[in-house]
Write a protein that binds this ligand. Structure first.
Ligand code: S3P
Length: 429
């Protein structure tokens, strides 16, 4: 049973300080999976502290991969491409990334895997991986396209697949399956999504080719373990960046942050909105761009997020929408229907919480329109069991009048257990 914790957030005057973010969640999942099917040891420093990435590690253990954790350093003994049959269901917890990406690996193993998740994950669509993996030769039973999944692995055949939904999890799943398949797998995405799957496969020694929106991988390539330091999570930094953006004069330093161009759209958008961001150092580590940022708050303008930007900003839209009332012109979000099938229905969750704070909000099927220049009041809010909603509204509460109570604030631990402590250190009352 999950125990619910309510957290109180009080109004702030300023945001100041320096934060080193725990390792990026998207990269941590991929490195843990690939380290398990690589040959030889891997050492992963600054591994994500979130519960989701711990779920991935536990699943890998159930598949016969040995690893040890010391603080945020994970040492993995790779098994090569052949894993061990799990004695119990693979518990993916709240993590859609774990279930979708790992399904690509277990689909290519000659045993049966059951993949289960919590209540929220059990409501999320899995058809997007079931269909292509079935076409590659796996047998998959589900509950009408939702978890639990029972995957009977097989010797997979390569596929030439056009993804109907823009999803980096699905792309990664199919590239992992392609690695285990006979022949060359081709995956085409409708628009460019985050490329950590491709970058990580290369870092572990695989060869891939990209042409436009298509990525190709030849099956049977052997991976080799590596030592890596995972850059700070930009989607977690988003909460502090947005907090700083609300207060002209705030100052924030963020060292060693992930700056992969397929993830960094948030920085362009925040700059367009008026935040001053300077990149003081930039380097490439295992194919990922990593930088240190200095940020200063200024007057905040509104913005419209639509089309490819909605996919690129999918994890950051909740916090951008939560601060929208404090911008001059407001924020409009379109083409973001995917938000309805995340850990919660994030469009409905944002609209409900903003209204509880007294904001005017227009909720649409594929987005939101939130006018600017609104003053909000502290209120009793709900995380809806969703880490990003809990953190987004902790940020919005900093500029409200009066205290805000966030029920289910403990869900922040899914991606960022230390979030509330760090926020408190940065905020000046
Ligand atoms: C992720 C991709 C996105 C994102 C999720 C992490 C990834 O999901 O929302 O938090 O690591 O590939 P979709 O692939 O469903 O868009």
């Amino acid at each position: 049973m999950r125990t619910e914790t309510a957290t109180i957030v009080r109004p702030a005057r300023d945001v100041r300080g320096s934060v080193s973010l725990p390792g990026d969640k998207s990269i941590s999942h991929r490195y843990a999976m690939l380290a398990g099917i690589a040959e030889g040891p891997s050492r992963l420093e600054n591994y994500s502290t979130g519960a989701d990435c711990a779920s991935t590690l536990e699943c890998m253990r159930s598949l016969g991969v040995e690893w040890q954790r010391k603080d945020n350093v994970i040492e993995v003994q790779g098994r090569g491409l052949v894993l061990g049959a799990p004695a119990r269901p693979l518990d993916c917890g709240n993590s859609g990334s774990t279930m979708r990406m790992l399904s690509g690996i277990v689909a290519g193993q000659k045993f049966i895997s059951e993949m289960v998740g919590d209540e929220s994950l059990s409501r999320r669509p899995m058809e997007r991986v079931i269909k292509p993996l079935t076409a590659m030769g796996a047998q998959i039973e589900s509950q009408g396209g939702k978890p639990p999944l029972r995957i009977t692995g097989a010797g997979l055949k390569a596929i030439d697949y056009k993804m109907p939904v823009a999803s980096a999890q699905v792309k990664t799943c199919l590239l992992f399956a392609g690695l285990l398949a006979e022949g060359e797998t081709r995956v085409e995405e409708p628009l460019r999504t985050r490329d950590h799957g491709e970058v990580a496969l290369r870092a572990f020694g695989a060869q891939l080719q990209r042409q436009g929106n298509q990525v190709r991988i030849r099956g049977g390539q052997r991976l080799r373990g590596m030592a890596a330091r995972i850059p700070g999570d930009l989607s977690s930094a988003a909460f502090f960046l947005c907090a700083a953006a609300m207060f002209p004069g705030s100052q924030l330093t963020l060292p060693n942050l992930l700056m992969n161009p397929t993830r960094a759209r948030l920085l362009d958008v925040l700059m367009q909105m008026g935040l001053h961001i300077s990149v003081v150092q930039l380097e490439e580590i295992h194919g990922e761009m990593v930088g240190s940022l200095q940020v200063e708050g200024a007057k905040l303008k509104g913005v419209t997020i639509a089309g490819a930007d909605s996919a690129a900003l999918i994890d950051e839209i909740p916090v951008l929408a939560a601060i929208a009332p404090y911008t001059e012109q407001g924020i409009e979000v379109r083409d973001a229907r995917e938000l309805r099938v995340k850990e919660s229905d994030r469009i409905a969750a944002v609209a409900t919480n903003l209204r509880r704070m007294g904001a005017q909000v227009e909720e649409r099927e594929d987005g939101l329109k939130i006018p600017g220049g609104q003053a909000l009041r502290g209120a009793e809010l709900d995380s809806f069991g969703d880490h990003r909603i809990a953190m987004a509204f902790a940020v919005a509460a900093l500029r409200a009048r009066g205290e805000t109570l966030i029920r289910g604030a403990e869900s922040a631990a899914i991606s960022y257990p230390a979030f509330f402590e760090t926020l408190e250190e940065l905020v000046k009352a």
